[in-house]
Design a protein around this ligand. Sequence first.
Ligand code: NAD
Length: 468
Amino acid sequence: MSDLDNRQIERMDNVFRAQKAAFEAERHRSYKDRLRDIDAIGALTKKHADAIKDAAAADFGVRSRCETQLTEVTYMTTAVKHTRRHLWSWMQNRKVSIPGNLAPGKAYIRREPRGVAGIISPWNYPFQLAFSPILAALAAGCRVMLKPSELTPNMSELMRNMLAEEFDESHVAVLLGGPAVGEAFTKIPFDHLLYTGSTHVGRLVAKAAAENLTPVTLELGGKSPVIIDQGFKAKDAAASLSFGKFMNAGQTCIAPDYVLAPADQARPIGEAIIAKAEKSYPDWATDEDYTAIVSDRHYDRLNAMIEEARSGGAEILQASGGDPGNARKIAPTVVLNPPEDSKLMQEEIFGPVLPILAHNGLNDAMKRVNAGDRPLALYVYSKDKKAARRVLEGTISGGAVVNNTMLHYSVEDLPFGGVGASGYGAYHGEAGFETFTHARSVLEVPVWHPSRLIAPPYGKLFDMIANK
Ligand code: NAD
């Protein structure tokens, strides 16, 4: 049954029209007002920190409260501080030089708010992946409409109520619903649309936005590889691989998706990762810091992936633990040498399952990475800086970390985004401000300007200027 009815479409249109009118009435929101907006986002995040943890726990069944604190609440309060600190300088016009034959005059770039921004967010970090683009759009002086995920209804409802405390709907509005609402949402002629989610839906979003020539930022997923160099100790790689893969039970867009390791290291690395997971979660089945899978569909999908690899001859290593009962939990899992044509190696895993395959040297590993779609992140572990640089130069990915996983996400000054099938455009920090502003090129010249001299009938003066 469709989750969309005429009333919802009418409401969307009305909200969009109200936001458009409000933007036209205040095209350049002042620095002071934008600071107020940013502070409101920070204050709401702090005030509702417990409710955010409760909502995430209710939506996932089990969602580590510490991880919700770290990845949703603390991430946002840090991003707010960063934006607050830099907004003034981001808003300043940037002077550029002009060619001598255009002097006198001055040329500069004005960063102007794009207008009404649409944001579509996913379920895996349901608060942060909605509030972080909202923060960027507000810093840019835009109005915002958010369509959060239907898979995390408690968080979506909470965000709607939170934002209504501080913002009129003509400034920030939340539209609830599933794919049908999302589809109608993408037909709105936004001034910018930022979509976070799967590559499949990203394609549909880009197509719909193209009808209105709406510029789009696509934050998509994919298979983020790990390449381990010869001589890198298993236990040194295991800590960050275990953290990156089992945080949020692997339901992270930049989680390591699979590992390519030297042949003699594949098993020791796999065993070290499981040993680390057993230390982190003494009983994953009952541990409140080991998150559950968000839905039955994803739970069944992941179990089917493991079983397919097992029946294809792969070896499965799993952390020990009791019975999770009805919680949709899957043990921290490493799969040694799954078949290349198995779903584990063909699709983004998005769960606590880590395949490890053997490579025959860095060139072989890079060749295998390059044979697939361009990933959102790439992780290389090497004691040799030159070897790590060689991997960076020989591959393409949205972002990369040397000797760790995922930490680049928290550096606000690094633009965050994909490339190829993992998306295009970026946000975080200044990149987010740039995404939601238009770089308007301005040239100012005096009333009498020598350019007047270049006009037909062309003669000697023209030759002097144009032919030099
Ligand atoms: P999804 O594409 O199923 O859903 C994301 C959002 O799109 C939801 O709000 C959904 O309602 C909406 N939607 C669904 N169909 C739509 C349509 N036809 N038109 C418009 N909107 C529609 O993705 P998901 O399952 O929620 O998220 C998981 C995916 O997101 C993974 O691939 C993951 O890698 C990716 N992801 C990427 C990032 C990033 O920053 N690059 C972050 C988190 C997740």
